[in-house]
Design a protein. Structure first.
Length: 362
């Protein structure tokens, strides 16, 4: 039951946010210098969450339990050595095994996998005692039906945004509040060393014993090593900078009116039809006195090609991915608080909402 529930939970939270899992696969491909596989990120994300959920369900419920135990064993045989490599090299700080619902370090993930593998080995040795609940054909039909339902659920979240938002920019969040560092919060801890040279040889000194008054030593460089990471606010990389390099972040967050943020991490990766719909919304907002900004990490040439008279702003790509799982996506804010989020697929709902607000104001 423990093994099954862990795999069910892991697969389910990934299915809630398949694009987030795809981003994690992309990070791994980049870290291991196999970027040419990035096009597989989304298919692999959906395949993994489905395999985890169905094998976990099989182990937990007893539906084709022998095959389920074999499935979770094969998954762990692959991922346990992989997580050891990740723990030793740390190319990506968070493995993403529980999506954005629970964050684990690579060493915590490896420890979790070792525990699971021990339990799975126990299940594997006792697999012959598994008893079928129904006839084999019936059990396979049930699992096929659940798999189809699960895939539909994954694609729904991919198209219309996650049904549960685990990200820092969830609806109801005040962005400015989430950017604050509480008083007394721990700061980053560094150790600083100094490199000096004398008679052609270099030596490293600490801040307590460096030759400050000895002119026979020549200063070369200073090094700072992060010993312990301090407090990092939930939102720490949000910024809105116009193409003219004007930082309007706090103007946007302190505006008492409604502001629509159209978010497209890369314009060239977006369907032109979806961009056109977004630009039409921007024109409507301008006409009716609603602030509208397009946040993107695209270069100036891409933005120039899209030229449409709207206000484009540069924002970090990682921040844009964290804000909304859609390209393009839309965030409505007022007084720095997120009122709602929409993907390109449910843009009409945002249009109706804004039209109702403008009609009432008139």
């Amino acid at each position: 039951m423990l093994v099954g529930s862990v795999f069910i939970f892991s697969g389910f939270v990934k299915a809630i946010d398949p694009l987030g899992s795809a981003y994690k696969f992309s990070d791994y491909f980049q870290a291991f210098h196999i970027d040419f596989l990035k096009y597989l990120s989304l298919p692999l994300a959906i395949l993994l969450c489905t395999a985890e959920f169905i094998t976990g369900l099989s182990v937990f419920t007893g539906l084709r339990q022998k095959q389920g135990i074999t499935g979770v064993f094969l998954l762990m045989i692959f991922f346990t050595p992989l997580t050891l490599i990740l723990a030793l090299t740390n190319p990506v700080s968070d493995c993403g095994c529980f999506g954005d619902a629970i964050h684990l370090s690579n060493w915590q993930t490896f420890g979790k996998n070792i525990l699971l593998l021990i339990l799975i080995l126990v299940l594997l040795t006792g697999r012959k005692y598994a008893i079928s609940i129904f006839a084999p054909r019936t059990e396979w039909l049930i699992l096929v039906f659940i798999t189809i339902w699960f895939l539909i659920f994954s694609f729904y979240n991919l198209r219309y945004l996650p049904v549960i938002d685990f990200l820092p920019y969830k609806t109801g969040t005040n962005i400015a509040e989430k950017m604050k560092i509480p008083e007394g919060a721990p700061a980053d801890q560094y150790v600083t060393t100094f490199i000096y040279e004398k008679d052609g040889s270099q030596k490293e000194f600490s801040i307590n014993n460096y030759p400050a008054n000895d002119t026979s030593w020549k200063f070369i460089k200073q090094k700072s090593l992060l010993l312990k990471k301090g407090y990092v606010p939930p939102i720490h990389d949000f910024s809105v900078v116009t193409l003219e390099k004007e930082d309007i972040t706090y103007r946007v967050l302190n505006d008492s009116g409604y502001t629509v943020l159209m978010i497209s991490k890369k314009l060239k990766e977006t369907d032109t039809r979806h961009l056109t719909k977004g630009f039409e919304l921007g024109s409507y907002c301008y006409t009716n006195g609603i602030n509208f900004y397009i946040l993107t990490s695209s270069g100036s040439e891409e933005i120039k090609n899209a030229g449409n008279g709207l206000t484009f702003c540069n924002t970090d790509e990682t921040a844009l991915k964290t804000m909304i799982r859609s390209n393009p996506g839309y965030v409505l804010i007022k007084n720095g608080t997120i009122i709602g989020k929409w993907s390109w697929a449910n843009l009409p709902k945002l249009c109706i909402l804004l039209k109702n607000k403008t009609d009432r104001s008139q």
